[in-house]
Design a binder for this molecule. Structure first.
Ligand code: MLC
Length: 362
């Protein structure tokens, strides 16, 4: 793939493309095997009398192609906060106050791993981009995160809320712009989501609740982004990169598009009962037809019209929204078996991590 061409910024300095310099991930320690999830979920929500719904939950879990997921310690939390499973009681305050501490802690654990891999001190981070759909505060999870990591008080914080499963991609897009337009900047990107924001008991009138509880898990991912000069892998904005820094992935281009008539397909509402999210059953089919044209447009924006036309030439990290989503992308692009290996591995080992995921080696 061609490398980006260096340009000159307003001050006459060489401006260069951004790169990912390190990646870290973290999960809470409580792990539930997927084959035990239906039993666990109907027991802790005191819903074992809903036999048909439980059987449906077992079918969804079996078809999820997930082996296990990690969660904040829910049993203890549910004992202290029965309002989390009783939809007659408002529960947003409880969800918010628990997430205010637990979610930034997992994000900080992911970031500490990224910083260790990066090799430079946390104080060298100039910008922080934090993204989540799990709670909203002022000041937000970004400030708690900065404090846990001992970032400099002048760290430039950008907080992004409610971007759903595109949260990590959106945060990387913002980080790329920051790194390419701020001389020598090093940007810490952190994205985290916890299912506590939408955990609730099953209900006959809300089948989407079963999908949410069966697929999603808790996690955080963090990335360090900085600018490197084209092709050398050894310079940062015209300066020699610190010897410890190693670009892992160049960020050639970042773009976003909306599939026509899909506005209601992945819609969420923040309510007194937490985040109510309804993934449409049509979502896997809805993306199948337009996905290739979306990618053609993105690749032309990146490489010009001479880009590759064989999607199997590329490395893929598709958000593991569910097995039907991955199957749709694979079929639409005629990808060879194994090309979505990183995404299928994350889905199998952790579940759908909403905004807080990073690809892991297959
Ligand atoms: C849920 C699945 C694992 C089920 O597997 P299969 O499709 O093989 O099996 P299936 O069709 O028999 O479905 C099993 C049961 O689940 C029900 N079912 C399936 N999808 C549903 C949905 N979206 N809402 C409510 N019910 C649903 C079916 O009717 C069926 O019920 P019955 O057995 O009674 O007939 C899969 O369909 C899948 O991966 N779906 C995509 C999930 C998704 O939308 N993920 C994206 C989340 S949003 C996201 O990631 C982005 C974001 O947040 O921004």
């Amino acid at each position: 793939m061609p490398l980006p061409i260096a340009t000159v910024d307003a001050k006459g300095r060489q401006a260069h493309g951004a790169a990912v310099l390190a990646i870290g991930t973290a999960n809470p320690t409580s792990c539930v095997p997927q084959e035990e999830y239906a039993d666990w979920y109907f027991r802790v929500t005191k819903s074992e009398h809903l036999r048909e719904l439980k059987a449906k939950m077992e079918r969804i879990c079996q078809k999820s192609r997930i082996k296990k997921r990690y969660f904040h310690d829910m049993e203890d939390t549910l004992l202290k906060h029965p309002e989390l499973v009783d939809s007659a009681l408002p529960s947003l305050d409880a969800r918010q106050s628990i997430l205010a501490s637990t979610m930034p802690e997992v994000a900080a654990a992911a970031a500490a791993r990224a910083i260790a891999e990066w090799g430079r001190p946390a104080a060298d981070i100039i910008h922080l981009v934090f993204s989540t759909s799990s709670g909203a505060h002022m000041p937000g999870a970004d400030l708690r995160h900065a404090s846990l990591l001992d970032l400099r008080p002048t760290v430039q914080r950008t907080m992004m809320y409610m971007n759903g499963c595109s949260a990590a991609s959106a945060a990387l897009r913002v980080a790329k712009d920051i790194a390419e337009n701020n001389h020598g900047a090093r940007v810490l990107v952190a994205a985290a989501d916890h299912t506590l924001i939408n955990f609730r008991a099953p209900h006959e009138d809300h089948p989407e609740t079963l999908i949410m509880q069966a697929l999603f898990g808790d996690s955080a991912a963090a990335v360090i982004v900085g600018s490197v000069s084209s092709g050398t892998g050894g310079h940062a904005n015209g300066h020699q990169m610190s010897g410890v820094e190693h670009p892992l992935f160049e960020m050639l281009s970042a773009s976003q598009t909306v599939v026509p008539n899909s506005e209601d397909a992945a819609a969420g509402k923040l309510t007194e009962d937490g985040l109510v999210f309804c993934p449409s059953p049509k979502m896997p089919a809805l993306l199948r037809q337009p996905v290739e044209q979306c990618l053609v447009d993105a690749v032309i924006g990146m490489l010009g019209s001479g880009g590759s036309s064989n999607w199997n030439d590329l490395f893929w990290a598709v958000h593991p929204g569910g097995p039907a989503i991955l199957d749709s992308v694979e079929a639409a692009l005629a990808l060879a078996p194994g090309k979505l290996g990183a995404s299928r591995h994350v889905l199998s080992e952790y579940g759908n991590l909403a905004g807080g995921w990073a690809p892991a080696p297959a």
